[in-house]
Design a protein around this ligand. Structure first.
Ligand SMILES: [Zn+2]
Length: 104
């Protein structure tokens, strides 16, 4: 991602949320702190690999598991905890669930 990408700020917020919620430890935590402060460009090749493997691949959901929608960074942390759904689908799911409970 380019440094002037407007999405970058949102991604930084997401990374902060991971740290705030105590989801990162050891090297992953250290490297993520560095990314927040200096950007991914400040990492060595090895560190970038660790960042991708231990942070991005673990916590980032590319596509919503319900309809394949693109998940915005602002919903990324929640998506990780709710089976990979975007905000819209999560609400929709909750609604359907409530209705079937009421009908049943
Ligand atoms: Zn969705």
């Amino acid at each position: 991602m380019m440094p002037d990408d407007p999405m970058e700020d949102d991604r930084t917020d997401f990374l902060r949320e991971l740290i705030f919620n105590d989801r990162l430890h050891g090297t992953a935590l250290e490297i993520t702190r560095r990314v927040i402060e200096w950007g991914e460009g400040a990492l060595s090749e090895k560190e970038r690999y660790v960042f991708q493997r231990n942070v991005i691949e673990v916590f980032v959901t590319d596509e919503c598991s319900r309809r394949g929608c693109r998940i915005p960074w602002s919903e990324m942390y929640q998506a990780h905890d709710n089976g990979g759904m975007c905000g819209d689908c999560r609400h929709m799911d909750a609604k359907i669930m409530n209705r079937s409970l009421a009908d049943g």
